[in-house]
Structure formats: C-alpha cells, structure tokens
Ligand binder design. Structure first.
Ligand code: PA5
Length: 471
C-alpha cells in the first residue's frame, strides 16, 4: 500500500528566509512538548476518552452486510445529519464515488443507490428533493448522536410524515435506518419502539471524529465504497504515527507546523487547498474538525486563551483565479496546505491543436492532470517567492486507502494540536449554546427562561436592547 507524504520544505527558513520560515532548531525545540502531547494522548486513550482511536479495531461486518442488502433494494439513499454527522459522508462520497454518480444509470453505478446528503433545513432544498424522490425505492439514514439536533430532527419529521403518507405506516420502518447513540436520545427510543434498524455511534466518539464509525461507513457501505480499504489506510497511518518519532510522522508534524506558524508568525488562518475536485469536501470536513476542536475560549486549566486558527477551504486551480491574489499579497496571516494527487484515475491528454498559436500550442500533448500538478507547484513556488509558507500533502491516487490515511492523519493532527494549545479538543460549548438558543426560540419545553433572555424580557425584566435595522 502506498503511503501519502508531507513535504514541508516551503514552511522552512531555508526556503522563506528567517523572517518567514521555521528553523530546524525551532522544530527540535518542540520535540519535548510533542513527546508530552503523545504521552497525554496515550493516557487519555487508556482512560477511555479517545474512543475514536479505537474505531479501527471494531468489527464492521454488520455495517458491510447491511450495506450489501440495502444496495440491492434501494435506488436512492438520503442521509439526514449535520456537522460531524454529515460532513464525513459528503467527503467520502465526493472523494470516492464517480463525480457524476447521481446522474449515471444504475448499471453504471454498479447497482449502487444515488446519494443525497441533507445537512440543512432550507425549505427549498428539502422540498425540492422530496418532491422528486420515489420513496418506494428510497432509504433514509438519520444520523444524530444526540438524537436532538433541531435541524436533523426537523427534516426527519418531514421525511417520516411523507413516508407514512405515501407508503403507509407499516412500510415506514423498512425505509429508515438510524445511526445514533447506543443507549440514549429520542432516535434510539423511536428505533426500539418502532422496530427501526439502528447502528451505534460508540460512546465517547464525537461527531467530528466519527467518519470511520457507522456515521460515515454505513452510507459508504450502502453506496458500495471500499470500507475495508478505508480502514486499512487508516490503520496504516495509525501504525506510522505509533512507530515513528514525533517529528517523523505526518500527523504530529502537520500539527506542529500549524502551531508554530500560528504562535511564532501570527498566521492565524489555515487554508486547505486541494488540487483535486474529489478532495474538495475532505477540506470541508477538515474545516469543521479543526475549527470545532481547537476554537476554545479556555484551556484545560481554565485560563482564557481563545485558541485556534481559522480553517479555510480553497480549491485549486479554480481559486487561483479568486483567492490566490490575496494569499500572495494580502495580510501574511495564512499557512496553506496543498493536497496534491500524483496519479489521477483518468488520463486526459490535451490535443495538439493550433500548434502555431504560442498561447495554445504549448498545452498540446500534456495531460490535464499534469497541468493541475504544475499549477499547484507553481502556486506553492510563487507563494514562497513572497515569503508565504505552504506545505504539500501528496496522495499517490484518490482511493480508499489514501483517503483513509489522510482522514486519520488529520484527526490525529487535530488531537495533537489540541494538546499543544492545551485545550479540550472534544467538547463544543459554543455549538451547544447555539443549539440551546434554537430550542428556546422554537418553544422547546424547559428552555423558557433562555427564550425570555434572548428576547430581552428575561430575569430582571430588562427591555429588549435597541435594534438597528435598515429595511
Ligand atoms: O462534531 C460535532 O460534535 C458536531 O458537529 C455534531 O456532529 C453536530 O452538532 C450534530 O450533532 P448530532 O450528531 O448530535 O446531531
């Protein structure tokens, strides 16, 4: 199995000069904190609080078997979830399915269902999708660890009513499958009460670290992705991380480079820029993983730190014509991570036409893949010329084992960065506050005081603050 690689030359002072790049001595200086981070992670894992790391050892035969049966039976799979309960599925599907999977006839999809991931409550999207689906051949996978997220549950209620109206109550359970907490939450309760098949998100696995649990792997199995290959890739990365020195594996090194460019050079924006359409949603998945894990007001000692860097997704070569001017000459506050593919599945050769035209003739005979690769190299070089740092993660090809390595490495990197910043990477108090405010505004029992507070008539009877609205 080929390994992915991480080239960090253009992060270093040898390429960027001392004012902009990291010195090898500085990297050496973080060896001790990295060793401490590794020890802390091992300790947390022993204590059972890093359950996502144990996902690779789980037996997923039930997921694979369900996937095989569902693939035969259904024409369409709809996944309902949000945040960590949807982004992993989208990333896997975009990376590993045919780019126009849903447009292909079934035979060209190797019998796999079409896939739609609904991760918002926009009424036009939801109505637009369900208006056109034949529910008789549709399976709906509701994914929510808590079982109480308003967005997911609202769309579930819409879908359930449609199933009941169009297929009859006795058919409903057969068109639903849940992925949720094994014991708690309303989805689990409904599954028990109504005989709906439910897969478990193992306790202690948070949404953004759940892509290699049934959250991501059940839809993957249903649409026929190579689940075993994904896990094999992740295990390969796990072994690399475990066996290598802290500065000799891509996960620890990635975290270190991000941390040092932030803390030494005040580069607080982390751009991930795949030069591959199929990896675009991996960058989107990473955006959530990094942001929700590291963006914390307090460190583990309770001190105010406001930690984290802001992850940004860009796409090469498209965003060369949109964002790169800013990256090149705007504020020097970014570290760019390129994702690069060495071997694309298709070799599209650019025809040698108009050879006499200087601005076209040079393209002929090259492949589109080599053009994309050259554009990535050119952008990295041009950034470095301006003293702007980048690193490049190369995948031998976009397949299950490479993607499994990449996802696992980025999860470990996030955990390591959490240790370096000294924050708890596994909670999300800010998200929870927003969820509670939504419950309050939508009239959920138990949240009346919060509703009053938001609307300005809370305890103490304060008047609503003055509003400034231009209409
Ligand atoms: O990463 C996280 O924990 C969050 O993004 C959750 O996945 C998201 O809020 C959805 O939560 P749930 O799966 O409970 O519906």
């Amino acid at each position: 199995m080929d390994r992915i690689s991480l080239d960090y030359t253009l992060c270093m002072e040898s390429a960027l000069g001392r004012a902009n790049g990291l010195s090898p001595y500085l990297l050496e200086a973080v060896r001790l904190p990295l060793e401490q981070a590794r020890a802390a992670l091992e300790e947390r894992r022993r204590a059972g609080s890093l359950a996502w790391m144990d996902l690779l050892q789980r037996n997923l035969e039930d997921v694979v078997t369900f996937g095989e049966v569902a693939r035969e039976r259904f024409e369409t799979l709809v996944v309902l979830g949000i945040g960590g309960s949807a982004l992993g599925t989208t990333a896997l599907a975009r990376a590993l399915l045919h780019p126009f999977h849903n447009l292909l006839p079934r035979v060209e999809r190797q019998g796999a269902p079409r896939l739609f991931v609904v991760d918002n409550v926009d009424p036009d999207t939801v109505a637009g999708l369900f208006e056109h689906l034949d529910l008789r051949s549709t399976l709906i996978n509701v994914v929510s660890k808590s079982g109480s997220t308003a967005e997911t549950m609202a769309v579930f209620l819409v879908a359930r009513k449609l199933l009941q109206e169009q297929l009859g109550e006795e058919q409903v359970a057969g068109h639903l499958v849940f992925t949720t907490d094994p014991y708690s939450g309303v989805l689990r309760k409904i599954a028990w009460a109504e005989g709906i098949r439910a897969f478990e998100i193992p306790p202690g696995v948070g949404g953004r670290f759940s892509v290699l649990s049934p959250v991501g792997l059940l839809p993957a199995a249903i649409v026929g992705l190579d689940v075993k290959g994904l896990l094999a890739g992740a295990r390969l990365m796990e072994a690399w991380v475990d066996d290598a020195d802290v500065l000799g594996n891509p996960a620890y090194l990635f975290a270190t480079l991000q941390f040092l460019h932030h803390t030494r050079f005040h580069r607080a924006l982390s751009v991930m820029m795949p030069y591959s359409d199929s990896l675009c949603d991996v960058a989107d998945w990473f955006r959530q993983l990094w942001a929700e894990s590291l963006g914390k007001a307090k460190d583990r000692q309770g001190r105010t730190v406001h930690a984290g860097t802001t992850p940004i997704r860009a796409l090469g070569a498209t965003d060369q014509h949109s964002q790169v001017q800013l990256y090149m000459e705007g504020p020097d506050d970014k570290l760019v991570t390129f994702l690069r593919v060495e071997g694309f599945a298709h070799q599209v050769v650019i025809p040698s036409l108009y050879g006499q035209e200087g601005s076209l003739g040079y393209l002929g005979g090259h492949s589109l893949g080599s053009l994309l690769g050259a554009e990535q190299e050119a952008t990295a070089w041009a950034l470095a010329e301006r003293g702007r740092p980048s690193l490049t993660v190369s995948l031998p090809r976009v397949d299950a084992t490479s993607v499994g390595q990449l996802l696992y490495a980025l999860q470990v990197a996030t955990a390591v960065a959490g240790e370096l910043y000294g924050v708890n990477a596994y909670d999300q108090p800010g998200v929870e506050l927003g969820k509670k405010a939504t419950y309050a505004l939508m009239g959920r029992p138990g949240f009346e005081d919060l509703a009053a507070e938001i609307q300005g008539g809370g305890e103490g009877g304060e008047k609503p603050g003055r509003r400034y609205v231009l209409a």
